[in-house]
Design a protein around this ligand. Structure first.
Ligand code: GLU
Length: 245
């Protein structure tokens, strides 16, 4: 289980995401990537096999900026470590980006079905089926499309989705034992696969449980089950420091 990060707010998300991913490096990983919605409203991304320094270098020569973004450090389970297999993965139209920890058990059958209905795959990962499923299920409502997708995939995972058609939104879901927390800031929100990754930005956090989804915007979030039924969760005030973690 590697690193997942999301940001939505007024800052440039790229340095925030890289910083948070660095704090998840202890988990080990083989590649890293980011995707953001840029100032023109387009989804843009960058990824690199190897250490985060390689991604950071790439982002120095070809910078990306955007106030909504996701980032990932991957530990390959399906497909070798490579630039192409690094997350985020995109749909055919490159409007939707997905990051994912864990495994999609029924990915082979889903991939076959999606290819038969005309989708083009770029990577060898199980993760990419999520991007194409969301694309297929998207009838103008990203949250509904992710919800429908969650009903089609099996496994223990955490995932995050952004779309240029919903530029102010992060959609995250947890199925099984993959941790996810939402960090609540002032006019900005964070998501991470572990508390210490975002502690330097906020100590107010919500921990997702299995079978829960979080739709996150800069001024708030909605926690639901996979059917969209609202869930109340008390905000946790984290009292410890990253160093003691
Ligand atoms: N199964 C996915 C892959 O191989 C995600 C692995 C991970 O947890 O980083 O790309």
């Amino acid at each position: 289980m590697c690193g997942i990060v999301g940001y939505v707010g007024e800052r440039d998300s790229v340095p925030v995401i890289l910083d948070a991913l660095r704090r998840l490096e202890y988990r080990g990983y083989d590649s890293a990537g980011v995707a953001v919605i840029d100032a023109s409203g387009s989804l843009v991304g960058s990824k690199a096999e190897g250490k985060l320094g390689r991604l950071a270098e790439r982002l120095t020569t070809e910078p990306l900026h955007g106030k909504t973004g996701v980032g990932h450090t991957r530990w390959a389970t399906h497909g070798r470590p490579s630039d192409v297999n690094a997350h985020p993965h995109m749909d055919c139209s490159a409007k939707i980006a997905v990051i994912h920890n864990g495994i999609i058990e029924n990915y082979a059958r889903l991939r076959e079905r999606l290819i038969a209905s005309g989708h083009t795959f770029r990577s060898e990962t199980d993760t990419e089926v999520i991007a194409h499923l969301v694309e297929e299920n998207d009838e103008g409502d990203l949250v509904a499309a992710v919800r429908k997708t969650l009903r089609e995939v099996r496994g223990a995972f955490a995932l995050g989705v952004i779309s240029q058609d919903a530029p102010d939104q992060l959609v995250f879901a947890r199925s099984g034992a993959s941790p996810l927390v939402v960090g609540i800031g002032e006019g900005e929100m964070f998501v991470a696969s572990d508390t210490p990754a975002i502690l330097q930005y906020t100590r107010k956090q919500i921990i997702l449980r299995e079978g829960e989804m979080a739709v996150v915007e800069r001024d708030g979030y909605a926690l639901t089950d996979f059917d969209g039924v609202p869930i109340e969760r008390e905000v946790t005030q984290v009292m410890w420091d990253a160093s003691s973690a």
